[in-house]
Every structure is written in structure tokens, then in C-alpha cells.
Design a binder for this molecule. Structure first.
Ligand code: GDP
Ligand code: MG
Length: 435
């Protein structure tokens, strides 16, 4: 696991149940990790309080140790706060208007271009509009971007009133038959009353489907109070986090979600127009916690589940109850382990013998398909599978009657072998490799 949490895993090595003291100890490390990731202090506090309640008294997850359990539960909690992936809202009556708001320099104009390109790639007809009447350069910057992605750009250098300008250009955009219009609004260095009023007026005039707050992930703690102000005044429907390509750990994502509660929709990961992605909570959660290795944990849990299944199956095998359904499950388990050659090489004594063996995985898939095409009754009582049933199964699975016969024969032999094993009391690999 990552260094940040290796301490927790080490400390809790032998813990079986998470008591209050153990949890508090572990949470200290978590607090440090969250501070490093730039999560807002207030947010950390309430997050840890909630977390403590959830953790105390928890059983250790099967397949993980106590430390790993703690990390898994924290990860789940972060995911929970970050929320689901949320699609962009669309207006029933086109065009859908998307307003980008935020302070100066957070990346609004760049993001307008990125979002336009993203929507265009989905087949939409997008137009860009600058409502910044104060700085003509702002409109130019936007239209230069628009040119590179080949979408229309609407500005009006004569109009000095942002609200009237917006109305005018939206009318033009409608006439152009656009499905989406992205409004790049003016920013300021700090929150100011005039700007907020302007945004509220624009909102009232154009009734946007989305008002997305563009937040600079490098900004740290400040971004949260600013976002709150924007939300209180203008009413945000979502957030786009920019500059996540730098050192920013993404803690702002957690803060923003916890404080404002609106979904994060996209992230910007570079200056180039294609450096733009839909928001994936799991990726950000891993980044905030510095868990490159959460995947390993999830896989370990999965293995524990598979082991339990294998145990159950072994029991069935020993009792010679082995059905065609069991066979199918066993094949799936083997395939889940990865390329068969590698799996077989790991079996002691077998590795050297199969050096040049090329396992035909297609054959496994074919067997599964054949079993899938059988009715539950046929799987439980293979002896009822007569000629016409075989024909139906072959047709259903895209194989031949010969293939069906072969699977039935192999299954019979396996079952016989298992009966013998049961008598002799010796357990061997229950599954014969097809060849
Ligand atoms: P605006 O004032 O909000 O419109 O901000 P701009 O779009 O003009 O961007 C300000 C600066 O941030 C520019 O130098 C952009 O290239 C840069 N920028 C925007 N988004 C990103 C991003 O996702 N990653 C990085 N590294 N830089 C970005
Ligand atoms: Mg701008």
C-alpha cells in the first residue's frame, strides 16, 4: 500500500475488531493524509466525526486485515461523499444553455473551449458566447479557441451591457440552430457585488440548464468559501475542477461536495483543449487518499470471496454432487485468474511439463456456452439430454452436436473420477484440462 497508510496497516496488524481507541489512532493518520490533500479543515473535522461512528465496532473485512479494512471503509466514505457521476442536464427545448462562472484565472475560458469540443465530439451543435463586456480581449480569446475546434463563436463588441448582449447573442445562436450554447462569463479577482448581480440577471434572462462553477484545484482552502458565495448568490448546478494535472491532490473535490453538495461534472487536467475528462469519483478518491493500490485491496477481497466459493465447491465435489453448473462455475473461476498458461504454470510440478502448451481458451468459452444453453433441468440431470435436446443445445450455443457430446463425456468422466476420489479419500485437482 502507499506510504501514507502503511503505518495504519502495520499498527493494526493483529486487530480483529475496531475498538474506539484503535479507530482514533488510525484516524490521526487519515487526518494527516486529508490535510496533505488540501481538504478543507472544517470538512475534515465533520468527515472524521462521521467516520469514527461508522468504524467503531466494525468487524474486519474478510480477506483484509484491520488496517486494510479501515482504509477500504474510508475509501468507501470518500466515494460516498464525492457522489455519482452526473450527466449534463439538457433543456427540453433547444438550445441548452450552460453558464460557466468563477473567479478570474480559474480556467473558465479554457474550459468553455474544452467543453465545446467534448460536446461536439458527442455529435452536438455547440456555440460559444462571451458575456464579458468589459474586456474585449476576453471575447477574442474565446473566439480563437472556437476557431481551433471549429465551432461558432458569438461576440458583440458594440454592446456594453452584459445582459442585453447575452440576449442578443442567444437569439443569434438559436437562429443558427444550435443544440448547446456555452456562456463564458466575466470573472473578477475577488467576489464582488456587481459581478454577482450581473450573473443573476443573465441567469434570469436565459434560464440555463447548468450553472457550472469553475474551480481551480490549486487554489486550496479559499476556493471553498468563494464557491459557497457563488452558490448562495447565483445557485450552482455543478462544478468543474481545473488544473488537476499539477500537484493538487484533489482534496477540493471532497470539500466542494461536502459544503455545496452539487455534483462535480468534469475535470481539467492540462492546458490543452483535449485535457478534459468526465469526473470519475473513484479516480479522485484514490488520488485524495493517495491510494494507488486500492485496486489491490479490492482484488484481495474478491479473492477471499472466490476462495469461499471454491471451498463450497470442494465440498460438493467430495460428496460427488458435482453438477454441470458447478463445472461451469469452475471454468469461470479458472478463467478469472488470468491467461490460462500462466495459471497452469503456477501449479507445482506442472509448470515445466506445459512449457510449450498453448491452452485454447476458446474451448473453455465453448464449454460454458454449451452449458448455458441447457435448461436447469438438463444441468441437474444430464442423462435426459437426448438427440433432439442435443441439437437444440448445439444450435443455442453455436456449436455442433459433436461438441455437446464431448462436453457431456468429459463431465461424466470427471464425475466418475470424483466418486473414486471420494472412496480413496484423496483429493486431486477436480478438473481435467480439456485437450
Ligand atoms: P479564466 O480567467 O477563468 O477564463 O481562465 P483561463 O481559461 O484564461 O485560464 C487561466 C490559465 O489557466 C491559463 O493559463 C490556462 O492555460 C490555465 N488552465 C486552464 N485550465 C487548466 C488546466 O486544467 N490545467 C492547467 N495546467 N492549466 C489550466
Ligand atoms: Mg476568461
Amino acid at each position: 500500500l502507499t506510504e501514507r497508510f502503511s503505518g495504519i496497516v502495520e499498527k493494526l496488524k493483529r486487530v480483529k475488531r475496531l475498538d474506539e481507541k484503535t479507530v482514533e489512532e488510525a484516524l490521526k493518520d487519515i487526518r494527516r493524509a486529508l490535510i496533505e490533500a488540501d481538504v478543507n479543515i472544517e470538512v475534515i473535522k465533520s468527515f472524521l466525526d462521521d467516520l469514527k461512528q461508522k468504524l467503531v465496532g466494525q468487524e474486519v473485512i474478510k480477506g483484509l486485515n484491520a488496517g486494510e479494512t479501515v482504509i477500504k471503509l474510508i475509501y468507501d466514505e470518500v466515494l460516498n461523499i464525492l457522489g455519482e457521476e452526473a450527466p449534463l442536464q439538457r433543456s427540453e427545448k433547444p438550445p441548452t444553455v450552460i453558464m460557466l462562472v468563477g473567479l478570474q484565472g480559474t480556467g473558465k475560458t479554457t474550459t468553455a473551449g474544452k467543453l465545446a469540443k467534448w460536446l461536439k465530439s458527442k455529435g452536438y451543435k455547440v456555440g460559444l458566447v462571451s458575456t464579458d463586456v468589459r474586456r474585449p480581449a476576453a471575447g477574442k480569446q474565446l473566439c480563437t479557441l472556437a476557431k481551433t475546434i471549429d465551432v461558432p463563436c458569438f461576440i458583440d463588441e458594440e454592446e456594453k451591457d452584459a445582459v442585453r448582449l447575452t440576449e442578443k447573442v442567444i437569439q443569434k445562436a438559436k437562429e443558427a440552430g444550435l443544440s448547446h450554447i456555452i456562456l463564458d462569463t466575466a470573472g473578477r479577482l475577488h467576489i464582488d457585488q456587481e459581478l454577482m448581480d450581473e450573473l443573476v440577471h443573465i441567469k434570469e434572462k436565459v434560464n440555463p440548464s447548468e450553472i457550472l462553477y469553475v474551480a481551480d484545484a490549486m487554489q486550496g482552502q479559499d476556493a471553498i468559501s468563494t464557491a459557497e458565495e457563488f452558490h448562495n448568490r447565483v445557485g450552482l448546478t455543478g462544478v468543474i475542477l481545473t488544473k488537476l494535472d499539477g500537484d493538487a491532490k484533489g482534496g477540493i473535490a471532497l470539500s466542494v461536495r461536502k459544503v455545496i453538495g452539487v455534483p462535480i461534472k468534469f475535470i481539467g487536467v492540462g492546458e490543452k483543449i483535449e485535457d478534459f475528462q468526465q469526473f470519475h469519483p473513484d479516480r479522485i478518491a484514490q488520488r485524495i487518499l493517495g491510494l494507488g493500490d486500492i485496486q489491490t485491496l479490492l482484488e484481495k477481497m474478491q479473492t477471499a470471496i472466490d476462495e469461499k466459493k471454491a471451498e463450497e465447491m470442494a465440498k460438493r465435489v467430495m460428496n460427488a454432487e458435482f453438477t454441470l453448473d458447478d463445472l461451469k462455475q469452475q471454468l469461470q473461476m479458472i478463467r478469472n485468474l488470468g491467461p490460462l498458461e500462466n495459471v497452469l504454470k503456477m501449479i507445482p510440478g506442472l509448470g515445466s511439463k506445459i512449457k510449450d502448451l498453448k491452452v485454447d481458451e476458446k474451448q473453455f468459452i465453448r464449454i460454458e456456452a454449451i452449458i448455458n444453453s441447457m435448461t436447469p433441468e438438463e444441468r441437474a440431470n444430464p442423462h435426459i439430454i437426448n438427440g433432439s435436446r442435443k441439437r437444440r443445445i448445439a444450435r443455442g450455443s453455436g456449436t455442433t452436436i459433436m461438441d455437446v457430446n464431448r462436453v457431456l463425456k468429459q463431465y461424466k468422466e470427471m464425475k466418475k473420477m470424483m466418486k473414486k476420489m471420494k472412496k480413496s479419500g484423496k483429493m486431486k485437482l477436480p478438473f481435467n484440462m480439456p485437450n
